[in-house]
Design a protein around this ligand. Structure first.
Ligand code: 1HN
Length: 357
């Protein structure tokens, strides 16, 4: 039987008696229990409320610090001489967005960044210098400005510089995402460099020309290609622009793929490249993948809600999840970008919205 009077009085006291709620929370807290109703609305936001901020790093400002770092610490001591691009809204978290890491790495002539492997996947977007190379599982690839170089999960890799001046590239890794999943493993190799077991250009010849070895059947999670040369990418973008394949928000935009599967080149990070003609005035766009951009060529600006990021060649900037933005250019520009889009799409979470059709 329901005791009406008792229920009424219970309700009345529940509404007024915050002290007894506090007492209740502390008693259940001691048993590792939490009242959902105190936090539910904060967690289920009506739309994404990313903790990261829109931010831009000017290459012109960062470059002298990279050279200073090269004088201050050897690559042997540093292991990787990288200045982390830390989002100012995520202090101490060593990341550019909630899920992804970005940094600028400098390697001086003759240096070798020692061989190691880890479960996080890495991408490099080569910024400046001659003579840089990365070796992945014993295959070396040289890196020219604008090249995208992939280090798949758990592959041995070391970097070097056989040129006469500094080389710099952008590192992008899924370290925060893999860390969140508690799936991080790391190992140093016993030697500084992994022995070269395949000739230069091997993966390009096997997988990167539109033909595949006849009995090749693997469907690797990450691309078997090590390098996506900018020379080829740029030519393709030019041809697409000539063909008139222009999107009102994105200009000419393509994604880097695993040529064996047609899927994204990496399972956790989507990488993209877009060509924006001189005087481009993009329509507004937003998507749920917080995105890190690197300006390969050109200059312009990205207008967000309440602020404008003015960018020049080699600058890096972040557009947070679900924030309306539009790109504009002064000169013909090429933007590289990467985000966790493949993860969101596989989980059925990714959304986009545009002010254009
Ligand atoms: C790493 O292994 C490299 O191999 C660069 O060059 C940056 C940032 C966090 C964790 C591992 C590299 C990294 C990294």
């Amino acid at each position: 039987m329901v005791d009406d009077a008792g229920t009424e009085s219970l309700r009345a006291s529940a509404m007024t008696d915050t002290a007894s709620r506090k007492d209740f929370y502390s008693r259940i807290g001691a048993r590792n229990l939490k009242p959902l109703w105190e936090v539910l609305r904060g967690q289920l936001t009506a739309e994404p409320k990313p903790p990261e901020a829109a931010v831009l790093w000017r290459y012109e400002e960062v470059r002298p610090f990279l050279l200073e770092a090269a004088r201050l610490i050897s690559v042997e001591e540093a292991d990787r001489r990288v200045l982390v691009l830390e989002n100012p809204a995520l202090p101490g978290k060593t990341r550019a967005t909630q899920s992804l890491y970005a940094g600028l790495q400098i390697v001086m002539p003759g240096e070798i960044a020692p061989c190691h492997r880890h479960t996080p996947t890495a991408l490099r977007l080569m910024v400046e210098g001659e003579g840089a190379f990365t070796a992945v599982d014993g295959e070396r690839t040289s890196m020219q400005p604008g090249d995208l170089v992939i280090t798949r999960s758990w592959s041995w890799h070391d970097h070097g510089n056989g040129g006469n001046g500094p080389v710099v590239w952008l590192d992008g890794l899924d370290v925060p995402l893999v860390g969140f999943l508690n799936a991080t493993f790391f190992q140093d190799y016993e030697e500084t460099a992994h022995p070269l077991v395949r000739p230069d250009g091997d993966s390009q010849a096997r997988y990167g020309t539109g033909i595949l070895p006849i009995d090749y059947q693997a469907a690797p999670a990450s691309t078997p290609l090590l390098n996506y040369p900018y020379r080829i990418t740029r030519e393709a973008l030019n041809a697409l622009e000539q063909a008139g394949d222009l999107d009102p928000c994105h200009g000419v935009k393509s994604r880097y793929i695993n040529p064996v599967t047609g899927d994204y080149a990496m399972p956790t990070m989507g990488a993209f490249v877009q060509l924006l003609r001189r005087g481009f005035r993009g329509a507004r766009y937003r998507s749920t993948d917080s995105t890190i951009y690197q300006v390969i060529e050109g200059s312009g600006r990205t207008i967000l809600q309440g602020q404008t990021l003015d960018w020049h060649a080699h600058d890096v900037f972040v557009v947070p999840s679900w924030e309306w933005h539009q790109h504009q250019t002064d000169t013909e520009s090429v933007l590289f970008s990467f985000s966790d889009r493949p993860v969101q799409q596989k989980l059925g979470l990714w959304r986009e919205q545009r002010d254009c059709n």
